[in-house]
Design a protein around this ligand. Structure first.
Ligand code: MUC
Ligand code: MG
Length: 366
């Protein structure tokens, strides 16, 4: 059960439908496949989706930090020594996506070695989650059409709507059109990716107060400390911290400071080891949790559902598990399927999924 090698393989798969939001745009999934090899011949896998506009990491940077710092730090450790692995990775600051992928590949290797699903090792609450689909910027008519397609094809009835544009009335018109087009039975919440100021956010939320929103997420920057506190205090829905809380300490700081009242857990950002810490903290603080999406591939979405379905708290709300549908292709041998609005974990050991070698050969960039 000892780690003998770590591979970081850059690959690129174009999006069939690019995703646009207030802090950026993704047209090509320039991700890194991380493989952890052990002396038993087991290989654990995970995906690293670098997000330069959120955490400062790039595809080349993820490969470099894994090859030069993280692989040498963990080779020789056993798969059960996950806290040692975590501590060694944390000798380097930042680089959340690279750390998370390596951590999750270790858990996958452990599950494969022991013959258990990662979901079972983490908590085993359930084998599935309801799915929330994230709608990127477009016209009101196009966003309603996409939501209808997701509902009619996959049974999805929860939507996260990207907002944060100027003028804010374009976004409020989208949310109103979604509510009018899809009716009261769908759940809607908004994510601003820090695009608005606190006062713009307050105004937009007031204008949408009759639309039955469930949450608001990162409408304005957490660095606008007093403005954000002022905003969060006046809202009548939980305010989700996402990119402002890459670590458990950030969750504590933002929540105790009054700048957030709920948290997005992204396994692409905190892996399984750190996501568990965030989950336990949220449970202790009595926070609502949403399993977030970092515009993940199918492998990334498998990690999200494996973690999210493992705990009662993370299973309560629909998880953001569907944006892989926007990619033109993927690396897995068997594509994920969202049925009746749910994504189910795969039955096999570890994460239960395999990489198609031909697809990897085709899309790899090294
Ligand atoms: C989200 O929830 O913000 C957009 C940028 C990113 O890193 O994740 C996405 C989704
Ligand atoms: Mg977000």
């Amino acid at each position: 059960m000892k780690i003998t090698a770590v591979e970081a393989i850059p690959y690129a798969i174009p999006y069939a439908k690019p995703l646009k939001f207030a802090s950026g745009e993704v047209r090509v999934a320039e991700h890194v496949l991380v493989r952890v090899h052990t002396d038993d011949g087991v290989v654990g896998i995970a995906d690293a989706p670098p997000r330069p506009f959120t955490y400062g990491e790039t595809q080349a940077g993820v490969v470099a930090v894994i090859d030069s710092l993280f692989a040498p730090a963990v080779v020789g450790l056993g798969l059960m020594e996950r806290e040692q692995i975590h501590a060694r990775l944390n000798r380097t600051v930042a680089n959340p996506v690279a750390k998370a992928a390596l951590d999750m590949a270790v858990w996958d290797a452990l599950g494969r070695t022991l013959g258990y699903q990662v979901n079972e090792l983490l908590g085993g609450w359930s084998d599935r989650m309801r799915v929330s689909h994230m709608l990127g910027f477009d016209s009101p008519a196009a966003m309603v059409a996409e939501a209808e397609r997701m509902r009619d094809t996959h049974g999805i009835t929860t939507f996260k709507v990207k907002v944060g544009r100027h003028p804010h009335t374009l976004d409020t018109a989208v949310v109103r059109a979604l509510r009018e087009g899809l009716g009261e039975e769908v759940e809607l919440y908004v994510d601003g990716n820090r695009g608005w100021s606190a006062s713009e956010s307050a105004r937009a939320m007031r204008e949408m107060s009759d639309l039955g929103l469930t949450f608001a997420e990162e409408l304005c920057p957490a660095d606008d400390v007093l403005g954000r506190r002022w905003l969060v205090q006046q809202l009548d829905v939980p305010f989700i911290a996402d990119e402002s809380v890459p670590t458990p300490a950030d969750v504590t700081r933002e929540v105790l400071g009054g700048s957030a009242t709920a948290v997005s857990i992204k396994t692409s950002r905190t892996g399984f080891t750190q996501s568990r810490r965030v989950h336990h903290l949220a449970e202790g603080l009595g926070l609502e949790v949403v399993m977030g999406n970092q515009i993940d591939s199918q492998l990334g979405s498998v990690c999200t559902v494996s973690f999210g379905a493992a705990f009662e708290l993370t299973s309560r709300r629909a998880g953001e598990l569907s944006n892989f549908l926007d990619m033109s292709d993927d690396l897995l041998t068997e594509p994920l399927e969202i049925r009746d609005g749910e994504l189910t974990i795969r039955p096999g050991a570890g994460l239960g999924v395999e990489i198609d070698p031909d697809k990897l050969a085709h899309y790899r960039q090294d």
